[in-house]
Ligand binder design. Structure first.
Ligand code: SF4
Length: 450
């Protein structure tokens, strides 16, 4: 044990010695005395944050005999580092090397991240996103609440009587957006939640009509509706989405294992996913996304392979491979100890990524979340020209994302485009409905303060 501690101590000394060399190189100006360097520089977070994180990480890594795929990186958007590197004129190889050196990330993750950014940059170069904005419309209702959910989501049946007032409030917010942008249409529109298709047909139609009156949906470059839950869809609803000009929908199995679907509180089966998928193709949808989650409770490689065999048979145009996150506000967080195992392993994520590539899908956006066991990531894969631009724009924070509805968060860029203000809407659906004028006012203040 003592030997072990001694070797850790020596190791940390080595790490700090290396950092000291770097610090001296950075700050050596001949006349500056050591004392001054110490008191001045150790407070400089920019200089010291990464070296200290590396030292602590290496200390624990050595003690526990374990390495993390993303090394010291804990942020949601590792791709921003790559964007930065390219902006400074670095090559892809240099960025990969720096990722490994500065953050102790694996070569595999560094390569994935740079590959994603290359694709993003190529897609972004095709339209003037800096001149535009995107609109997000949140519908916080679902057929039931999934075990791992932390979004604004209310069971539609219990909240049916509040839907009309909710749509009235949404209409107010959408009209405000129209007036603020003086008729300029959003470049991308994303209707998410919740599950928008859990609305009754007449309500879904009313929602789309409100948006259509303001921005004529068919003129927009990209329109996504999350139809995530097969138990929320019908032929009539699919026809409504199609008639209004929705270009992309999500049908999310998460898993194709019926026992797991029951365990996570989704009131549908794997067969329901297949049937809904076929129905959506019949209704004419040519861009269908599917979400899957690696590491759902009690799932191992066997269940994951079953899911991917089924997904491959269906053949979606894009696929998001999530690693299970245990959010603090989710039910999963309260009952997780009852499961034998949960959380993705690197093997699961690697397997899912390999399957996506075999299906002809390429990675095009990537983000990480807090509380993902194993420090893994979420990656969006798509066929060429079936990527979702909104996903890139929101992840990379490249233009204003105006979000309306309960529990949504707008991101408004300042004039220099260097900083972003967030404006949050209330999460409670009844509170949001009652206080929508306040939500509009909050947005107005930030948007006019540009
Ligand atoms: S479908 Fe999505 S939003 Fe609805 S309960 Fe499940 S995870 Fe939450």
């Amino acid at each position: 044990m003592t030997d072990h501690v001694d070797s850790i101590y020596d190791f940390v000394l080595d790490v700090f010695y290396e950092e000291e060399q770097m610090r001296m190189t950075l700050y050596q100006e001949g006349s500056v005395c050591g004392e001054k360097i110490l008191t001045g520089d150790y407070r400089n977070k920019k200089v010291w944050k990464n070296p200290v994180k590396r030292a602590v990480y290496q200390l624990f890594s050595k003690a526990l005999g374990k390495e993390l795929p993303w090394g010291t990186l804990t942020g949601i958007r590792p791709t921003k580092i790559v964007f930065d590197g390219f902006a400074k004129g670095k090559t892809q190889e240099q960025i990969i090397r720096d990722f490994q050196k500065d953050y102790l990330a694996s070569e595999e993750k560094a390569a994935l991240c740079t590959k994603v950014v290359k694709t993003e940059q190529e897609l972004l170069s095709r339209f003037p996103y800096e001149e535009g904005y995107s609109l997000y419309v949140g519908i916080p209702f679902c057929p039931s609440t999934c075990l791992y959910c932390s979004f604004a989501s209310y069971p539609i049946r219990a909240y049916q009587e509040h839907v009309k007032a909710y749509l009235d409030a949404l209409e107010k917010e959408i009209l405000f957006v129209k007036e603020h942008y003086k008729g300029q249409k959003p470049q991308t529109l994303y209707i998410g939640g919740g599950t928008p298709t859990s609305l009754e047909e007449k309500d879904l139609e009313r929602l789309l009509e409100i948006i259509d009156q303001c921005f004529s949906i068919k003129d927009l470059m990209e329109v996504t509706v999350e139809a995530g839950r097969p138990d929320s869809l019908s032929w009539e609803k699919l026809k409504i989405l199609s008639q209004y000009g929705v270009t992309r929908i999500s049908i999310n199995p998460q898993t194709m294992n019926d026992a797991t679907l029951r365990r996570i509180g989704r009131n549908h089966t794997a067969d329901d996913v297949r049937e809904t998928y076929d129905l959506a193709r019949k209704a004419g949808f040519q861009n269908i996304n599917m979400d899957t989650i690696c590491g759902l409770p009690e799932e191992g490689m066997k269940e994951l392979e079953q899911t991917y065999r089924a997904v491959r048979e269906m053949g979606p145009d894009s696929l998001t491979v999530h690693s299970l996150a245990v959010k603090r506000s989710s039910r999963l967080n309260q009952v997780k100890e009852h499961f034998h195992h949960y959380g993705a392993t690197p093997e699961m994520v690697a397997y899912a990524g390999k399957c996506a590539l075999q299906m002809g899908l390429e990675p095009y956006y990537l983000y990480r979340q807090k509380n993902i066991p194993g420090n893994l990531e979420n990656v969006g894969f798509a066929k060429k020209s079936k990527e979702c631009l909104y996903n890139i724009l929101i992840m990379e924070e490249l233009h204003d994302i105006i979000a309306v509805g309960a529990g949504t968060s707008s991101k408004i860029m300042d004039q220099s485009r260097h900083s972003i203000s967030r404006v949050e809407n209330l999460k409670d659906v009844l509170q949001y409905t009652a206080r929508v004028d306040e939500m509009i006012h909050r947005k107005e203040v930030k948007m006019n303060g540009k």
